[in-house]
Design a protein around this ligand. Structure first.
Ligand SMILES: [Zn+2]
Length: 374
């Protein structure tokens, strides 16, 4: 199997809902171990430092490794599990989803269900069933049986989905492409840099708990204290029926998108220009993209030597580079990452080959990551 495909398969099939990233972190760690010096921030984001010939500027490349999923909320007398969502789920894609309930005694298979349509009054049959009326069925008949299997409120629940290659051989189907594709790109970029000396330090970061409020982005950026950060995220595909050109020009396989607007962030203009110029030189079609999602802006202390020069980076936004589009069926995404990886690596390379003066680097200091409005 192709190296990139293998990486995507391993990463997307790994379990890791927000707060319970240990299984996917083990996979990421295995890949990162040979690529640099590994550390972890205090809530579990993994940081891999690939030292160049200079300490600074510090270049941070981040993708989140958590995925959307659920948590057991309550066990009913009949032996069903009510659940909380971790991250956002569109109600319409939930029914019939197979899941894995991760208990202290091991993994259990489950399926999301609701009251059968056959028993619904006619006027309710065409309505969307809401999450609150759904439950997880683990195939037992009583609360006591559920408890005997070790299920407890608070246990994480992961969607069960295998990595598959689709029709044309270039389209992949799996869960958690948001944002294991970003994580894969971080790993691939570090691999690309192994035989390439650079006057710089690169920090590849796989962050935790993005889906519940970008917690790992906050803490890991504090740990790394970067001069420049590129955030790798997934995007929405516009090449599906019912979407007009002005709503989304993003097409699967037609290049990555660059974020130009967020509800609470205008990404750094110089970094954005560098990125787009690089794409143009590579003959790559990168679409500008906007989002109504609200970013959390992470402002970090200036390093003393910069502060002494009276530079203020406190209003500088981050730049965010997005990966190729997402299919609308919720967590089943389709991607083709190699082109995106090329852009990402070349942009980084340019940063590394032409290190910015401190005055300029200070402007790139702040790392932001969008918070989904939910
Ligand atoms: Zn994401």
């Amino acid at each position: 199997m192709d190296k990139t495909v293998q990486l995507l398969k391993e990463l997307t099939e790994a379990h890791g809902v927000p707060g319970y990233e240990a299984p996917v972190r083990a996979v990421v760690r295995q890949y990162m171990e040979s690529l640099g010096e590994i550390s972890q921030d205090k809530i579990g984001s993994l940081i891999c430092r690939k030292t160049g010939t200079a300490e600074a500027p510090r270049v941070m490349l981040a993708g989140h490794m958590d995925e959307i999923g659920f948590m057991v909320k309550h066990i009913t007398k009949e032996g069903f599990l009510s659940f909380l969502q971790l991250g956002y789920w569109f109600d319409q894609v939930l029914l019939g989803q197979r899941v894995i309930v991760k208990t202290s005694q091991g993994d259990l298979v489950g399926v999301i269900g609701a009251k059968p349509p056959h028993l619904l009054p006619a006027d309710e049959r065409n309505k969307v069933v809401q999450k609150k009326d759904m439950y997880i069925d683990i195939g037992v008949g009583s609360q006591a049986e559920v408890e005997a299997l070790g299920v407890k409120p608070g246990d994480p629940v992961v969607p069960r989905a295998d990595f598959l290659v689709m029709g044309n051989g270039k389209t992949y189907l799996s869960k958690a492409f948001d944002d294991r594709v970003g994580t894969a790109l971080v790993i691939s970029a570090l691999q690309e840099l192994q035989n390439s000396p650079h006057p710089n330090s690169v920090y590849g970061v796989a962050t935790v708990m993005e889906e519940v409020g970008l917690r790992g982005a906050t803490t890991s950026a504090r740990a790394v204290d970067p001069d420049v950060a590129i955030v790798l995220e997934s995007d929405i595909a516009g090449d599906v029926p019912g979407i007009k050109e002005h709503e989304s020009a993003v097409k699967l396989g037609k290049g990555p998108t660059t974020l130009i607007y967020e509800a609470r962030l205008i990404p750094n203009l110089k970094l954005r220009k560098l990125l787009m110029d690089t794409a143009e030189e590579l003959g790559m079609d990168t679409k500008p993209q906007e989002t109504l999602r609200k970013s959390r802006l992470h402002i970090h202390r200036l390093r003393r030597k910069h502060a002494q020069r009276g530079l203020s980076g406190s209003k500088s936004p981050a730049s965010r580079l997005q990966s190729s589009p997402q299919c609308p069926q919720g967590h089943f995404d389709r991607r083709s990452p190699p082109e995106f990886l090329l852009l990402c690596c070349r942009t980084l390379e340019r940063w590394i080959r032409n290190p910015r003066k401190p005055r300029e680097t200070a402007r790139f200091r702040i790392h932001g990551h969008p918070e989904t409005q939910r």
